[in-house]
Design a protein around this ligand. Structure first.
Ligand code: AKG
Ligand code: FE2
Length: 344
């Protein structure tokens, strides 16, 4: 019995090790793409048999009551107490240790090859630890609202989501959407064995409602938090006052707020799709609306500051005019500059 268990564990570890060797051999190509667009998709990162084994172990964790309904406490401005927001149909857990009976998950966690290869592909990454999160989405509409994985202070720097569904077909839903603001979004299907890599700090993303049950395994890379706090370089400031302003904005923490304003309607709708309609959630939506008003006011102030130094009259006069220009210039191809955001 013990021998059989030991053999099984050894086989699981060997399978994961071999696959990680194969995937990481493909990652040098990811470096340039991650730097240019903030995300990268590796298809067939794991073969069907390994995807199956990992999925079975997540399902076993769920059966053993080890996954929890996703619920987060949020501190909303204007609310005295933190609000408890419950996502519907999402079960997950973050793992810092994995027991031997979940041999494939354990090895995926313990083998640092993915992190090492990403550090090689992206020399500025400098990730020094990682942890994993397993997720089971029950289907029937389970989804994630628009979010960034971190606002920086925890040192989380790169997110690697591995999709483990056996079959995925158009109409099943559950796609992950990358919003590399100010650039246009990309929809990515959660097909089996696909690994999606992106900047935890700078890539806005969401998961569309999934009609079908859906499994995935997220590896979060972390680094010294001071590296996350260091301001990224501003892209070369050629162009008129408006382009120079965009370069500065895209290198500043204000970019995240502007993205929220830009996608306010979709963001709000995605919150409503993802959460149970509790009184706490209603209070949260009210605070969301107040936050949008605050961001709009701050944007107007910021435009006024830039306009004072603008000698060519290129800076849009109002937040609405700025958002319309961003749509025309960076999402519909008006201005061909991919270098405004330093993703890593
Ligand atoms: O389920 C996914 O595809 C990604 C989930 C996600 O964004 C998260 O866990 O932060
Ligand atoms: Fe996320």
């Amino acid at each position: 019995m013990l021998l059989r268990q030991t053999t099984r564990r050894f086989t699981a570890a060997a399978a994961v090790d071999a696959q990680l060797r194969a995937v990481t051999a493909r990652l040098p190509a990811a470096g340039a793409a991650l730097r240019a667009q903030g995300f990268y998709v590796v298809d067939d990162a794991v073969p069907p048999a390994l995807a199956h084994a990992l999925r079975d172990e997540i399902a076993a964790l769920h059966t053993a009551d080890r996954l929890y309904p996703n619920a987060t406490h949020v501190y909303a401005k204007g609310e005295a107490a933190p609000l408890l927001l419950e996502k519907t149909r999402i079960y997950e857990t973050e793992l810092l240790t994995v027991e031997a009976q979940y041999g494939h998950l354990q090895r995926w966690f313990e083998n640092a090859a993915l992190r090492t290869a990403l550090n090689d592909a992206l020399p500025t990454l400098r990730a020094d630890r990682h942890m994993i999160k397993v997720q089971y989405n029950q289907g029937g509409g389970g989804c994630f609202p628009m979010h960034f994985d971190t606002y920086g202070d925890d040192g989380k720097c790169l997110t690697a989501v591995l999709y483990l569904n056996e079959v995925w077909q158009p109409g099943d839903g559950g796609e992950i959407v990358m919003y590399p603001f100010p650039y246009a979004p990309t929809i990515i299907a959660p097909t089996s064995g696909r690994l999606v890599l992106f900047s935890s700090q700078r890539m806005l993303h969401r998961v569309l409602p999934s009609a079908k049950p859906r499994f995935c395994l997220t590896t979060w890379m972390y680094r010294d938090a001071s590296l996350n706090r260091a301001p990224p370089p501003v892209a070369s400031t050629s162009g008129d006052a408006y382009v120079r302003m965009m370069a500065k904005l895209c290198a500043s923490p204000f970019r995240a707020h502007l993205a929220k304003l830009f996608y306010a309607d979709e963001w709000r709708a995605s919150l409503e799709q993802s959460h149970a309609a509790t009184p706490a959630f209603a209070a949260y939506l009210k605070s969301f609306d107040r936050e949008m008003a605050t961001i709009a006011a701050a944007t107007a102030q910021m435009l006024a500051n830039f306009a004072m130094k603008d000698t060519d009259g290129a800076v849009p006069a109002t937040p609405a005019a700025l958002l319309a220009r961003i749509r025309a210039d960076f999402q519909s191809g008006g201005i061909d500059r991919r270098d405004l955001v330093a993703w890593f």
